[in-house]
Design a protein around this ligand. Structure first.
Ligand code: ADP
Length: 198
């Protein structure tokens, strides 16, 4: 497969763009989904998180309270580094296996990796697509999506490499400031290029 990395910032439109690629026939591996899997009950990462952050980080049903954990780690860079050390190697392992399992197939494989640049993961993909919006649009859409206060949104954006910087590192930039239809046209152009090159 042609393995293309999809990245951007929180709220820049990666999920929407990833869905558009799958509608065209691409396969998708989603790092956020893998991140949820590695902290399922019974997984070693969850045990390490409980040891490090305390039992209060679990909900009554024994599952990870992701919101509570996010509140801690996005307010404290060293806690975030501690969490990442427990989860990132396991996410990476699952992702590498998922890519390897598909590599010999035909078609386009999109790997949605929010922290592709921050975690130096460019080596696992052939090309990098960055979904870019201006900072004001990013902040507004993040708030409109719901679930985060303005302060939380600011912290999460601040924990990532700025989108303008990511844009400079991309092979392809999708400008998602416009309507979804305008974004879809850009997605189609990229998909066609790699789907036809085989
Ligand atoms: P990410 O996966 O990068 O965090 P999403 O795909 O979830 O971003 O998009 C963030 C929010 O912005 C979502 O609520 C989504 O529906 C909305 N959104 C994304 N692209 C557009 C667009 N071009 N126009 C209007 N709303 C958009």
């Amino acid at each position: 497969m042609r393995v293309l990395g999809l990245t951007g910032g929180i709220g820049s439109g990666k999920t929407m763009v990833g869905t558009m690629f799958t509608e065209l026939g691409a396969e998708l591996i989603d790092a956020d989904q893998l991140a949820r899997e590695v902290v399922e009950p019974g997984q070693p990462a969850l045990e390490e998180i409980v040891t490090s952050f305390g039992r209060d980080i679990l909900r009554p049903d024994g599952r990870l309270d992701r919101r509570k954990l996010a509140g801690i780690v996005f307010a404290d860079a060293s806690a975030r580094a501690r969490l990442n050390a427990m989860t990132h190697p396991r996410i990476r392992e699952r992702m590498d296996a998922a890519i390897a399992a598909r590599r010999d197939r035909a078609g386009v494989l999109i790997v949605d990796i929010p922290l592709l640049f921050e975690n130096a993961r460019t080596g696992v993909v052939e090309k990098v697509i960055v979904v870019w919006v201006d900072p004001r649009t990013q902040f507004r859409r993040l708030i409109e999506r719901g679930g985060l206060t303005e302060e939380e949104a600011r912290r999460r954006i601040g924990a990532q490499m700025p989108l303008d910087e990511k844009r400079g590192l991309a092979d392809h930039v999708i400008d998602n400031r416009g309507t979804p239809a305008e974004t879809r046209r850009q997605v189609e152009a990229i998909f066609r290029r790699y789907a036809t090159e085989g």
